[in-house]
Design a protein around this ligand. Structure first.
Ligand SMILES: *Cc1c(COP(=O)(O)O)cnc(C)c1O
Length: 230
């Protein structure tokens, strides 16, 4: 079943790339494995998956220890400052930076480990009350503040679009995040790159790709529904 679902997602990504004149290599599929047991991740690994997304620090570190070391781990969930130290040397990319305090902590921990942390700025494009992330007009001032941090590399933007019945309703959200990245790129801020756009989940990743996503975060579409009660 996992194999078929992966193939299905892969086919839809290819079709969306085709429709929008984009190359398949320009889009990274992040397999969002939160709540799924290590055995299921291993099965995905055996099918060729190397990029996994997790949203909880403890779960990520446990899976990191248990699984092969050539996996690329992405922290996609809200990150508390006191937990940065547990993942700083384990993840390729932190998608969810949305405060100066968090950026400062990442800077400090990255320096301790003598590494440069790759981060995305989380943007609450839809301005949903329940969601984390900066408002669109807060993003440039924020990036200007953290651009000088020596152990952080801003690589792009991330958004979590609202849950909608019809994915077309999120097209404008994705287009807005894309536009914001173009505006930021035009500013040529030193040490800042906005080439990564992490947007699109199971319900709307094809629309996100059509609007310029370079990373899509797909959980349910690959692994099936999550059960939070086990
Ligand atoms: C859970 C999660 C996803 C994946 O959601 P699905 O709808 O299962 O594809 C993507 N991004 C974030 C930040 C998540 O927490």
């Amino acid at each position: 079943m996992l194999k078929e679902q992966l193939q299905d997602v892969e086919g839809k990504i290819q079709a969306a790339c085709g429709r929008s004149g984009r190359s398949r290599e320009d889009v990274t599929l992040i397999a969002v494995s939160k709540t799924k047991p290590v055995a299921v991740l291993q099965e995905a690994y055996d099918l060729g998956v190397r990029v996994f997304g997790e949203n909880k620090v403890q779960e990520l570190t446990e899976k990191y220890e248990a699984l092969p070391k050539d996996i690329h781990w992405h922290m996609i969930g809200h990150l508390q400052t006191n937990k940065v130290k547990y993942i700083i040397d384990k993840v390729d990319l932190i998608h969810s930076v949305d405060s100066l305090k968090l950026a400062e902590t990442i800077e400090r921990e990255a320096e301790k480990h003598n590494l440069t942390a790759n981060i995305l700025i989380e943007v609450n494009v839809a301005e949903e009350e329940s969601k984390f992330g900066l408002k669109v007009d807060e993003v440039v001032p924020f990036i200007e503040k953290i651009a000088s941090f020596k152990h952080i590399h801003v690589c792009g933007l991330m958004t979590i679009a609202p849950f909608v019945e019809n994915s077309e309703e999120n097209r404008e959200i994705f287009a807005n995040l894309h536009k914001l990245s173009v505006d930021i790129a035009a500013k040529n801020i030193d040490n800042v790159n906005v080439s990564i756009l992490s947007m699109g989940m199971t319900n709307d990743y094809t629309v996100a790709i059509e609007e310029g996503a370079t990373m899509v975060r797909v959980g349910t579409g690959i692994f099936g529904a999550r059960n939070y009660n086990i």
